[in-house]
Ligand binder design. Structure first.
Ligand code: ADP
Length: 654
């Protein structure tokens, strides 16, 4: 897996925020600059407009003064006024000029006439209102130039001011033409419409009182205002120009709005991007953690993993698989069959298995394959294949888990060999057992034959006449014993061949009598007694009489052995038969030494004996015979001392 890239430095992470802040600051600065530029622009416009207006006003007043100077002599002239003079007067008094009245004075300052004519209150030759018109007259005459007087209030709230234009004829002062201006009319009429659309113009007196105004609204405060002396007429009058709040200038507003909107969108998208990035980083972290966990898991696996695509090309192997086969991942990934780890000796079978897997995987229990490590060692593997499903749900190959079962197979092989050896040994043991059985069982008839034989020889050697009948009887017994020996050999032979006992209906009491007869000679020799207590009317059972007889003889002989050291009074083996429910029970009781517990545990083991001449096979064979007849052989201590062996046989064997 690729190493994750180094974490970005803190400044790299902060860079987007820094640039965002810079961007926002730039936008704010731009907006501020635009606004201040706009303000500046408005201010400049205001100043230039005002200057224009001032100039215009001055020009207007000057022109009026010039016209007054022009028509003044005509007005002062004696006689009828020329029509051209009247026309000039009308022209001067037209509404736009701001002149409310024109008065003309003679060289002494007396009123000679006025248009429109003066009322009674303003008689010719009298002073008018509070205006010191005499001083103006004199000043005009003195300086020879038009003189403007202060503003004064007249009826109706209007204010008037006057201009005295001195008149000369041929260098001599002839009088003066006085133009009476209505401030309101001058301000309202004289200013062009576009100027008053933009600005409020007010005329204030020296005390700051508004004495005339051209305005749609009352006094207002604005960032843009301009105050200047109203000169002429002067005398402390000033003009106050205030810009109306300019109509909204949509383009910069739209520009600013779109800039703000765009910055908002950018901030939002950066924030979204940041969230997305955080989510991606979290997912990446989780993925890294998960893949590290998987990697660790894969590395710690003991099971080999190997993925192949649908063409059988190896696409992935885990470390365990590499360790197993001895090849590195680089040597394996990308390889196609035949694989380097296939055992050349089993190449064909491996190829077949490979094709089988490619066609449909492995059975649930897996398949065993013989492989070969890179170093040439053989490898037994158990392979399980499962289909690889990709993220789209399509079958893209096979994932095989491979278990190294070489050791297991070796252990199995070892166990098999051991089992074989064990079986061979046990066969040997069984043969040994059989040999001992033969020897043990044959001992009885052969001893009897030897005893009859020595009896005969003794009789012959004694020189006494031999009774033929007695001799015949002895030989008959001899023959029976020989026959019995043969029978034993045959039975043992059958037993070795695991043949079933030859069952015939037998009377258990009869068998016991035969057994007692068989053992009597030996008992007598050993000064033992064998007594019987046989139940009458016992049912016959299906059994092999020779085998049952063997049991009885064996038990009686063991009993006698146990009583070897007993006093003569306690040297009896007692045989008792009885039916107990479905069982025929034979009890062989002795008065011997009894069986200590540690002996009791091993009593029926083959070759267990406490006797010097013993073989330790008697009880083992007896129990086997009892079990062959679906019966049981056990023992219990005799209350009178010694042991009671109990043989129980089912009345109706299944
Ligand atoms: P063997 O007679 O050749 O020893 P058995 O299998 O018949 O073999 O008997 C095994 C052992 O069980 C004997 O050696 C003896 O110690 C013990 N045993 C068998 N029967 C008796 C008995 N009636 N009383 C005491 N011990 C007995």
């Amino acid at each position: 897996m690729d190493k994750p890239a180094a974490a970005p430095a803190v400044w790299q992470l902060r860079l987007p925020y820094l640039s965002l802040v810079l961007f926002l600051a730039t936008i704010a600065a731009l907006v501020w600059l635009t606004r201040s530029y706009d303000e500046e622009n408005q201010r400049t416009t205001l100043i230039s407009d005002v200057l224009w207006m001032e100039q215009n006003m001055r020009f207007h007043l000057d022109r009026n003064a010039a016209q007054l100077a022009q028509i003044g002599p005509e007005l002062l002239a004696e006689g009828e006024r020329q029509p051209s003079t009247d026309a000039s007067l009308r022209q001067l008094l037209r509404a736009e000029s701001g002149l409310a009245r024109i008065i003309w004075l003679n060289a002494e300052g007396r009123i000679q006439g006025a248009v429109p004519p003066l009322s009674d209150a303003h008689l010719i030759g009298e002073s008018r209102g509070s205006v010191p018109s005499d001083s103006m007259f004199r000043l005009g005459r003195a300086i020879g130039r038009p003189v403007y007087g202060p503003a004064y209030e007249v009826a109706g709230g209007d204010y008037h001011f006057e201009v005295h234009v001195p008149l000369y004829a041929e260098g001599a002062f002839t009088g003066a033409a006085v133009g009476v201006y209505s401030l309101q009319s001058l301000v309202v009429r004289e200013l062009p419409w576009w100027f008053s659309e933009r600005y409020r113009v007010a005329v204030e007196d020296a005390d700051g009182r508004e004495i005339a105004a051209k305005s749609k609204v009352g006094p207002l405060s604005s960032a843009h205002e301009y105050r200047m002396a109203f000169d002429p007429p002067g005398h402390g009058l000033s003009m106050h120009i205030t810009a109306y709040r300019g109509e909204t200038r949509w383009i910069p507003v739209l520009l600013i709005a779109s800039l703000v909107l765009l910055s908002g969108i950018i901030v939002w998208s950066v924030w979204q991007l940041r969230r997305q990035l955080a989510r991606r980083q979290a997912a990446e972290q989780a993925l890294l953690k998960e893949s590290a966990f998987r990697q660790a898991m894969e590395d710690s696996l003991l099971t080999g993993l190997r993925a192949r695509d649908l063409n059988g090309r190896i696409t992935y192997v885990n470390p365990a698989f590499c360790r197993m086969v001895g090849y590195t991942a680089a040597e394996l990934v990308g390889r196609t069959p035949p694989m380097p780890y296939w055992d050349p000796e089993h190449a064909e079978r491996t190829q077949e298995l490979h094709e089988m897997i490619m066609a449909g995987g492995t059975p649930l229990e897996g398949i065993e394959v013989r492989l070969r490590r890179k170093d040439g060692q053989r490898l037994d593997a158990l392979v399980f294949e499962a289909p690889l499903i990709d993220s789209q749900g399509a079958h893209s190959g096979w994932m095989g888990s491979v278990l190294d079962i070489t050791e297991q197979k070796r252990a199995q092989e070892l166990a098999r060999q051991q089992e074989e050896r064990l079986q061979a040994t046990s066969r040997l043991i069984t043969m040994g057992e059989m040999a001992s059985t033969l020897a043990h069982e044959l001992n009885q008839p052969l001893a009897a034959i030897a005893s009859y034989n020595s009896g005969c020889i003794n009789r012959l050697e004694s020189g006494r006449e031999i009774d033929r009948a007695e001799l015949r009887e002895v030989h008959a017994r001899l023959g029976r014993q020989a026959q019995r020996a043969g029978e034993i050999i045959r039975r043992v032979h059958d037993f070795v061949r695991r043949s079933e006992p030859k069952r015939i209906p037998v009377d258990i009491n009869a068998i016991i009598r035969d057994a007692v007869e068989l053992i009597e000679a030996d008992a007598r020799k050993r000064r033992m007694r064998v007594s019987t207590e046989l139940a009458a009317r016992l049912p016959e059972i299906d059994a092999d009489p020779v085998m049952i007889e063997q049991i009885i003889v064996n038990l009686v002989r063991n009993g006698m052995d146990a009583m070897r050291d007993n006093p003569p009074a306690r040297r009896t083996v007692h045989i008792l038969t009885r039916q107990e429910d479905d069982l025929l029970v034979v009890r062989v009781a002795d008065l011997g030494c009894g069986i200590p517990p540690d002996t009791a545990r091993r009593l029926f083991e083959p070759f267990f004996t406490t006797k010097q001449e013993g073989m330790g096979m008697g009880l083992n064979i007896c129990r086997s015979i009892a079990e062959l007849h679906r019966g049981r052989l056990g023992f219990e201590p005799n209350p009178e001392g010694g042991t009671i062996f109990i043989l129980s046989l089912p009345v109706e064997p299944a």
